[in-house]
Design a protein around this ligand. Sequence first.
Ligand SMILES: C[S@@+](CC[C@H](N)C(=O)[O-])C[C@H]1O[C@@H](n2cnc3c(N)ncnc32)[C@H](O)[C@@H]1O
Length: 295
Amino acid sequence: MAVCNTGTAIQYAAMLSYQHSYHAGNHADVLKHIILGDLVAGMQKKTSPLFLFDAFASRGIYDLRSPEALKNREFDTGIGQLWHLRHQPKPEGAERWFKLIGANNTGGGFQHFPGSTSLFASMLRETDRLAACDLHPQEFNMLRHSFNSSRRLALHKRDAFEALGALLPPKENRGLVFIDPSYEDKNEYKKVARAIAGVYPRFRTGTYVIWYPLLPAGRHNDLFRELKRSGIRKILRLELDCHNCFPDMQMFGSGLLIINPPWHAQKAIKASLNWISDSLTEGKAQSCFNWLVPE
Ligand SMILES: C[S@@+](CC[C@H](N)C(=O)[O-])C[C@H]1O[C@@H](n2cnc3c(N)ncnc32)[C@H](O)[C@@H]1O
């Protein structure tokens, strides 16, 4: 019991020490938000209601002129690099993303940078639902400030791992679950895989999207190993290794594992991935789009 409490306290402290505002708009956010949009759009090709679950939501909208964002200017590796392309032809995923940024910045520019919850909220149809969850008191307050709870949008100040068990399976029986932790605690890679393995048998039809960073320690391999061991099939791996393009950043790339990727989204995802790679790194990045575990 004492060990368990200590572990929980350490995890809580790690969670409190992370704020996405320092990283918002960077190359990883570009990848995750554009691809998430493609996935939701692909799932919405069917008219039946959809449940979107943003389990690690953060604050929804980031101020890129805040002291946190300006500290390391990570957005220079992402939206800052791409902004000049906003009026040029691009794949539908990037088009959608620029439109969303425009809608959040009616006076122009990209100061108010939309995060995952903004993206999901902007794509909700009348019959869809969104649940967004964050445990950090400050992030949750900002989330509540930016979004009104409604029949279609529920905000939860609760532990995401606990919420996975509580909110799944959704009554719609169709949904996308987005897992985007901070990985401040090195054990979180395994924890994520085990949490998904635990909930998957109750919601086998769900699409699960797990974001991971590429860092020198290579801990994302723990996530891969645990997921392979879980017996879950149909896991798509999509990754952008930017390698030497952003030498000031430890995180040299990122990826998404997508369990049960919607068939209708795959063409759009490939187009987005190629566009991001070419536009962010002049094609120097290595991208990967293959099965971690096939059907
Ligand atoms: C990487 S950020 C999320 C970014 C956001 N998804 C986006 O794309 O805009 C991770 C967030 O998860 C929250 N978090 C970390 N551990 C959590 C937990 N166990 N339960 C709920 N929220 C957690 C953190 O407070 C942080 O705001």
